[in-house]
Write a protein that binds this ligand. Structure first.
Ligand code: PPS
Ligand code: ADP
Length: 246
């Protein structure tokens, strides 16, 4: 549901083994050969990943389960930060850094709950509808949920907001706002290149639309802010809104 870390370095992957049951085996993903973790547990994600659309790339996370649990004991109220933006706009990078600064997150919904959904307008809407429902449940339980999905259509984002409003759960739209040229020049997964070559169809920003938010609660121009600055801005915002108790 809530994408966080894009890196797949060995050390991060090793830490990621301890995070959530469904993420155990991040190291095997990065090597592509191991199907057991160092602790001997079956890598529960191997099958999920191997049967997957090659253009949907797994993201590891940084927090251990213990770190998550410690954070849940600290003082904050539940809310959803709905981060939207082009592929390569920095949603995952900033989400990961925020998580590391003690926010709660989840990940990789397209590998599990939403496996089988593609990138047609209908599938994207269904993807985001489910994510909205799940994020609201997490937030309702007291967690700060960070969702990092392109969520290209205003209508889908409004639906997610409505789900939260229906449940009385705070919802904040966060716009990772970079020009397409910046996102494309970063191209961390090489997908823009494939899209330009016609190897991926309906790629957001290339041959599928991205409808920028009209009035997001928070804007992160990640080509002008460092990752650290984006985190600081977000945390200051959450404090101002009373989500994180100062
Ligand atoms: N056709 C197409 N368009 C856009 N993106 C594509 C596509 N195919 C694969 N990918 C990869 O999938 C990630 C987007 O998934 P999302 O669930 O965030 O998309 S959406 O919100 O349902 O539109 C997106 O991840 P991010 O790069 O992290 O944004 C891409 O890596
Ligand atoms: N200030 C910044 N904030 C966020 N990402 C940045 C920044 N500067 C460079 N980047 C790079 O841009 C890329 C963003 O990719 P990613 O976080 O996966 O985006 P998204 O999740 O939106 O697709 C990463 O390679 C990241 O290292």
């Amino acid at each position: 549901m809530f994408k966080t870390v894009a890196t797949k370095s060995g050390s991060v992957a090793a830490r990621a083994e301890n995070i959530l049951g469904r993420r155990v085996g991040a190291m095997s993903m990065s090597t592509g050969v191991k199907d057991e973790t160092q602790s001997g547990h079956k890598d529960v994600t191997t099958n999920i990943k191997s049967s997957h659309n090659e253009n949907v790339i797994w993201s590891d996370a940084l927090l251990t389960r213990e770190e998550r649990q410690n954070y849940l004991k600290s003082k904050h109220v539940g809310a959803t930060l709905w981060v939207t933006g082009l592929s390569g706009s920095g949603k995952s990078t900033v989400g990961a850094a925020l998580e590391h600064k003690l926010l709660e997150a989840g990940d990789n919904i397209r590998f599990g709950l939403n496996a089988g959904l593609g990138f047609s307008a209908e599938d994207r809407e269904e993807n985001l509808r489910r994510i909205g429902e799940v994020a609201a449940l997490f937030a309702d339980s007291g967690v700060i949920a960070i969702t990092s999905f392109i969520s290209p259509y205003k209508r889908s984002r409004e639906k997610a907001r409505e789900i939260h409003e229906r449940m009385g759960v705070p919802f904040f739209e966060v716009f990772a706002d970079v020009p397409l040229e910046v996102a494309e020049s970063r191209d961390p997964k090489g997908l823009y290149k494939k899209a330009r070559a016609g190897e991926i169809k309906n790629f957001t920003g290339i041959d599928d639309p991205y409808e920028a938010p009209d009035a997001p609660e928070l804007v992160l121009p990640t080509h002008q802010l460092s990752v650290e600055e984006s985190c600081e801005k977000t945390i200051a915002f959450l404090k101002e809104k009373g989500i994180i108790k100062a």
